[in-house]
Write a protein that binds this ligand. Sequence first.
Ligand SMILES: NC(=O)c1ccc[n+]([C@@H]2O[C@H](COP(=O)([O-])OP(=O)(O)OC[C@H]3O[C@@H](n4cnc5c(N)ncnc54)[C@H](OP(=O)(O)O)[C@@H]3O)[C@@H](O)[C@H]2O)c1
Length: 232
Amino acid sequence: MADRPLALVVGANRGIGLGVVSAFLAREWDVIATARAPDAAKDLQALAARNPGRVEIRALDMSDAAGIDGFAASLAGRTLDAILVNAGVAGPAHRSANAATVEETGELMFVNAIAPIRLGRLLLKSLKSGSGVLGYTSSVMGSVALNAGGHELYRASKAALNSLSRGLFAEMRGRNLTLLTLHPGWVRTDMGGSGAPVRVEESARGLVDVILKSSGSRRHAFLDYQGKEIAW
Ligand SMILES: NC(=O)c1ccc[n+]([C@@H]2O[C@H](COP(=O)([O-])OP(=O)(O)OC[C@H]3O[C@@H](n4cnc5c(N)ncnc54)[C@H](OP(=O)(O)O)[C@@H]3O)[C@@H](O)[C@H]2O)c1
């Protein structure tokens, strides 16, 4: 990898994450891109092959606590200009607190809220001081102010991510870093469904633009892919 800025994108083998890798490459950034199963990540492999030497594909499962710690340790000594922790799950199809089991709630909360904060905290020292941006792909569904009901388990997981990210930002004071909690729009992916209005390319380009524009702001903001503020 050359002298270009370096981003880490977690959950990059499909959907919004894959689009974000593409968008960073288009902006002349290099990318460390993670997938649970790199050997099966054919679209990500093809993108890397089209951009020789610019995409490093790494394995990371956000439901594996020890794996997260080991992954963060493996990046010691490297400087990241931006991180987007994008991996996420929709949770059980019933979506209801009244039907939820301890196991499915644990998986949803760990992958969507706890693991992203654990990883982000471990990587703070790798983020470039001053201009570094730590981003989380949250959702407008994580807004307590805008909660109109429905999808309650998924909403709770993203609200937890938002709250935890505010706490992490408090720890980041003095380190001159920016933390973004991001809503990608309602995007046409496996999770968003075929009826979603926003294309992956549009969302991903917007998210990368928002990350680049926010660099150096040293604030914690909840923004959508067009840079609009979202009520917490
Ligand atoms: N699509 C939307 O409309 C929308 C709206 C708001 C927020 N979001 C958020 O945007 C993010 C990306 O969503 P998407 O629409 O692109 O979803 P997607 O197409 O379902 O992709 C989800 C990504 O997360 C990865 N992932 C899931 N569980 C993981 C785990 N345990 N460890 C590592 N990676 C894991 C998946 O990897 P595998 O291929 O291995 O499963 C995949 O790369 C999520 O955080 C989601 O909550 C999406």
